[in-house]
Design a protein around this ligand. Sequence first.
Ligand SMILES: C[S@@+](CC[C@H](N)C(=O)[O-])C[C@H]1O[C@@H](n2cnc3c(N)ncnc32)[C@H](O)[C@@H]1O
Length: 409
Amino acid sequence: MSAPGSTLGGHGLRTPPERPAWRRALDARIDRWMADPGLYRWAVANPITRWLTQRRADQLFEVMAGFVHSQVLLACVRLRLLETVATSPRTLDELSAACGVPASSLERLLRSAVAVRLLAARGGGRYGLGPLGRPVAADAGLRNMIEHNAVLYEDLRDPLALMHGGSEAAMNAYWPYAQSVDPQTLGNWAPDKVALYSELMASSQRFLIDELLAAYPFADHGCVMDVGGGKGAWITALARHAPGLQLKLFDLPPVAELARAHLAQGGLADRVHVHGGSFTADALPRGADLVTLLRVAHDHPDHVVQALLAAVHEALPVGGTLLLAEPMAEADGEPATADAYYHFYLLAMGAGRLRTPEELMRLMAQAGFTHLEQVPNPMPLHGRILLGRKSAGLPVESGSSREKSVNLN
Ligand SMILES: C[S@@+](CC[C@H](N)C(=O)[O-])C[C@H]1O[C@@H](n2cnc3c(N)ncnc32)[C@H](O)[C@@H]1O
């Protein structure tokens, strides 16, 4: 999976090997040449090179305008524009009356939304859904996530202050467990905060659930425990998918309360054992032959993930499996544009970070997992899937020759 010769740096991301001196000199010459305004003028004037220069300029403009595009999306979501035109295309005046926004400024938004393909002009002055607006109109979880990103934009107002850790990040305040999980003070967490993040997670999990069900034969197991399982959206889907499975859910006590209520509403109170506790302080319940960890590891620093993976290993029987799924960095061997979003989201959250598949597999190996593999899934943007097995062997010690011999590539 790594580029040949690349290594994992201390931050866990790939570090390509140093280039030879002749190659560095050539790179410097190319950099100078490419930044020369004379080259730009020549390339634009030349019909053969013009398309390349135009393409680069468009790409750079997209990066610069990204914040405006995300605000256009947010405004469309807040005004419920996409849901409104999904029922039938509307004119500017109809939308202005429906949204209570003056037609003169709403028109700017509608035209911008057409430009970024959220809306499409449908003739007769009507606006309908564009190709990128359709999934947003159809999925409440996606709309919740778009609204939630407003918290991140708040923190990114001053990216340098965020990087220096100087300001109180709004995202850090949003996730109470990113600050600390002290069993003595868990009871003081504002219930509405816990309910808010748990609802966001439940409503945004659908895409990952579809990925998991398409990629792995869960019905082959006897008992599945979802650690950090939130309100139980995944466990509910699993209960319906594999009626023979026994199910457990483990999460912090206030979230476990929400899960109990949610599962009871879905008629699953007898089918799922819900355990309230903290994986930083309490042993995990035993009895499951598959543990799932969905979008949990990236929220935590390495020492917490190490302890969590060790606790999962401890709770599993020999032959048991860990399935870890979440967005991962450089998962196709190269940085992807989605990486930038997660790097900054997790920086603002304040505790975790985006890891490469190799780095997560190394942490899994250190906890004792063997037979490590990445399971291909149809839409990896929603999360990558790693598997590890508990074998009868001893855990791999960090820095040992056995760790170096674990083939993670
Ligand atoms: C980002 S959410 C993911 C929830 C769910 N797995 C999903 O994908 O929607 C992380 C979950 O881990 C739980 N969590 C965080 N710290 C925990 C801890 N120390 N012990 C148990 N659960 C914890 C949170 O309460 C939350 O439900």
